[in-house]
Design a protein around this ligand. Structure first.
Ligand SMILES: [Zn+2]
Length: 304
């Protein structure tokens, strides 16, 4: 099954907000939320949390990586739930202390403010991204327990970013994959966004695929379950490989001109795609990094 609506995913697990910008909730005596999406979603998450938890409060907020669309509502949530412990990787903590990063995250969230119309979401008050305090840092193998029956394991999975954590819930064979296994667009094409290191990203994908998985909760655009898990993973790997080969060919044909390669990629990968799609500014920032990572890999392979 492919779940593309908010609500219950399985026993004690929920998708809140909107499938394009989801916040996942693992309920228990110590409820845990995973990722806090766009800043404009803050009030929607708060409403959904209240509906699911009543007067109870999230105990932990785990953030997979320091990108604007994964930590956008953290400050708003923390204001509402001051006892909630915010947890990120050690590297994400360092990154989120930089004023230039806060400025970029704020600008990117500002740039997607109008996206709420595309998503059919009514936002009561416009919000501006604010920095937030980090209470805990997590590394490979750390475990949090939302209840006696459930555990959430942190996995270090660099490649999309260096600070990337994914989370695995072994009792339900559920993976919160963030962006490591790609994000499907409205046509079914899966964009695997490797922004910092090609080989590390491939290793991270393999590490996740080797887990026992019945549910893949993506960082955007849905949850794949049961018989839909294996085909999703296979397509993600295939589309990633095709992207790699296409960029290699474009780089050769354009004599390494990154801007020309970016133009040719967006002409097939972005321009013809229906909305809601990746916000343009973020897409272009990512695309430049994705092309450069492959150019670097080709250069390194040639000089080994
Ligand atoms: Zn990201």
């Amino acid at each position: 099954m492919i779940i593309f609506e908010t609500g219950k995913i399985s026993e004690n697990i929920y998708m809140l907000g909107h499938p394009v910008s989801p916040m996942y909730l693992v309920d228990g005596q110590q409820p845990i939320v995973i990722d806090t999406g766009f800043t404009f979603m803050t009030d929607i998450y708060l409403k959904d949390l209240k509906q699911t938890l009543g007067n109870r409060r999230p105990a932990y907020c785990l953030i997979t990586h320091a990108h604007f669309d994964h930590c956008g509502s953290t400050a708003g949530l923390k204001k509402h739930f001051p006892d909630m412990q915010v947890a990120v990787s050690e590297l994400a903590r360092t990154i989120l202390l930089r004023p230039s990063v806060i400025k970029t995250i704020r600008n990117l969230n500002q740039s997607v403010g109008s996206m709420c119309h595309d998503l059919g979401i009514q936002v009561p008050n416009p919000r501006v991204f604010e920095p937030f305090d980090i209470d805990i840092t997590l590394c490979e193998g750390d475990v949090l327990r939302p209840s006696d029956q459930l555990s959430i394991q942190a996995l270090e999975t660099p490649g999309h970013t260096w600070d990337m954590l994914t989370f695995y819930l072994p009792e339900q064979r559920m993976l919160f994959a963030s962006e490591v296994l790609g994000i499907p667009d409205a046509t079914g094409y899966i964009e695997v966004s490797c922004l910092v290191d090609y080989d590390q990203h491939v290793a991270s994908m393999k590490k996740l695929v080797d887990l026992d998985i019945d549910f893949i909760c993506l960082g955007h655009r849905g949850v794949y379950t049961g018989l839909d898990v294996a085909p999703y993973v296979e397509k993600a790997m295939g589309d990633f490989n095709d992207f790699y080969k296409t960029v290699c060919r474009f780089l050769a044909e354009e004599n390494g001109d990154i801007n020309r390669v970016m133009q040719r990629v967006r002409e097939y990968e972005y321009d013809p795609k229906p909305k809601p799609r990746h916000p343009e500014l973020a897409y272009l920032l990512n695309l430049e990094a994705r092309v450069k990572v492959i150019a670097k890999k080709i250069y390194n392979s040639a000089h080994e």
